[in-house]
Design a protein around this ligand. Structure first.
Ligand code: ACO
Length: 429
């Protein structure tokens, strides 16, 4: 295995170092390329660019492998505990009993919102998109918790992280209640992390929502499956913003904005809307597949395809099994699950999808599970964000611990006009 790659350009031979991680593709280190040759590299969607070195998450898209800190994702599914995974991602190892208890207490202590932030909700239109509320509220944490903005102080970072992870539930639940015109329910310290979110979303002042173990496990599992996915669009956004030494609140709020897009986390809403259209008879599954293949139509089969996976997304497989299990446990049926299965069957036997290696991704079955829990569709991407938050924080923390990290500042291939002179208004045609 060579530790150098050779580039021949205009008669010159240039040697470039090859960087190897523990697993995955080796990378040609081009950081000195421009200085040595005047060349830059062109990779517009960064599909072939390693943004950083990272020890957090490993994805092998060809084999359908996902591991957090080395642990295969499948091993978190038996007794899913999201808080344990949050700790693992941020601090790098599984917590012992004391660490987990201490961290859980820190989350409980920080679950309330500052009254100033709570009052802001009354000025938000009832039909405001919850992702807009979430990103605005996460940014607002920076003005209510200014004592934790110092990016170089690890204790401040941990305190900011705990506030984000704890309060994101309260913000999400308040956003949901606002859109439903229901009174806010305060967090209750007797509940565990996920049960508390469900309590704030579904209890009413005179009736406590009962969190069943099946539902609590399902939401823990959902969050764990979304917790990190190396350098995806929202995570690289968090790193980009963080590279300018922006604080953790602002960086994570930027991650929410990136996640909102329908090609990323917003796809879980698009999937359900697509399944609803099929159920309502507006379109058949076969027509849906035809439309997805038709290049003259902007439509895509949402919940299918992935930049990295050329194999079944392991998260989608776990979610598909979880849907079967949870529906059986709850003695329920959802016609959308049957339609999703039919679409998957059609796509996986269709040459268009086979040739392009398009498989279900995490968003294909997540909405069906969220529906079973009773979460409204407009909250699906918010739930994705709650799950992804520890990943963003872990990646941001890792970036700031790297003494070689610099501000992210890509270059471009300029294609505009060459130098032209300014024409005064009186001389313009
Ligand atoms: N339906 C139909 N065709 C698709 C789909 C799809 N869902 N996904 C990709 N393709 C086609 C493209 O049209 C393209 O075809 P072509 O080669 O004939 O031009 C080919 O497959 C390659 O697709 P790209 O768009 O180049 O793949 P890219 O890696 O850029 O995009 C993405 C990945 C954005 C996820 C894409 O597959 C997609 O739009 N999927 C639907 C949206 C979705 O589910 N997003 C969630 C992704 S998971 C996540 O973010 C958490």
């Amino acid at each position: 295995m060579s530790d150098k790659a050779t580039l021949i350009y205009e008669g010159r031979t240039i040697e470039l170092p090859v960087v190897r991680g523990t697993e995955g593709n080796p990378a040609i280190d081009i950081s000195r390329l421009r200085a040595k040759t005047g060349l830059i590299t062109y990779d517009p969607s960064l599909a072939n660019t390693g943004l950083c070195r990272s020890e957090i998450t490993f994805v092998d898209g060809e084999e359908g492998i996902l591991r957090y800190r080395g642990i295969p994702i499948e091993q978190f599914t038996k007794r899913p505990d999201f808080v344990e995974v949050i700790w693992l991602l941020i601090f790098g190892h599984l917590p012992n009993k004391e660490e987990l208890a201490e961290f859980s207490t820190l989350l409980t202590e920080n679950e309330l919102l500052h009254e100033g932030l709570r009052h802001q909700f009354q000025y938000i239109p009832v039909d405001a998109p919850p992702m807009a509320i979430l990103s605005a509220a996460l940014t607002s944490l920076a003005f209510f918790h200014q004592e934790f903005l110092a990016v170089e102080d690890i204790e401040s970072v941990i305190q900011a992280a705990a506030r984000l992870i704890s309060k994101v539930r309260t913000i999400a639940a308040f956003a949901c209640r606002r859109s439903l015109g229901l009174p806010f329910m305060f967090p209750d310290p007797k509940f565990r992390y996920c049960a508390n979110l469900l309590h704030m979303m579904f209890s009413i002042p005179y009736k406590q929502y009962v969190v069943t173990p099946e539902i609590e496990d399902a939401i823990n599992l959902l969050f764990i499956l979304h917790a990190d996915h190396e350098q995806n669009c929202s995570t690289s956004t968090v790193r980009t913003v963080g590279s300018a030494q922006a604080n953790l609140f602002a960086s994570c709020a930027a991650g929410v904005c990136a996640l909102w897009g329908p090609l990323h986390g917003g796809a879980n809403v698009e999937v359900i809307e697509m399944l609803n259209r099929i159920q309502a008879g507006g379109i058949s599954p076969e027509q849906c597949i035809r439309d997805a293949k038709n290049k003259d139509k902007p439509f895509r089969l949402y919940g299918f395809g992935h930049r990295v996976y050329r194999h079944y997304d392991p998260r989608a497989k776990i979610l598909k099994d979880a849907c079967d299990r949870v529906f059986a446990q709850l003695h329920r049926k959802d016609p959308l699950l049957d339609i999703a299965r039919k679409l998957e069957e059609l796509a996986l036997t269709d040459p268009y999808f086979i040739e392009r290696k398009l498989f279900p991704n995490v968003d294909f079955y997540s909405g069906i599970l969220l529906r079973a829990i009773g979460i409204p569709t407009n909250m699906f991407t918010v739930c994705f964000a709650i799950g992804r938050l520890p990943g963003w924080i872990a990646q941001w923390k890792e970036q700031h611990a790297d003494p070689t990290a610099k501000i992210l500042r890509p270059r471009q291939v300029y294609t505009g006009p060459a130098k032209v002179d300014y024409v005064p208004m009186s001389e313009r045609a």
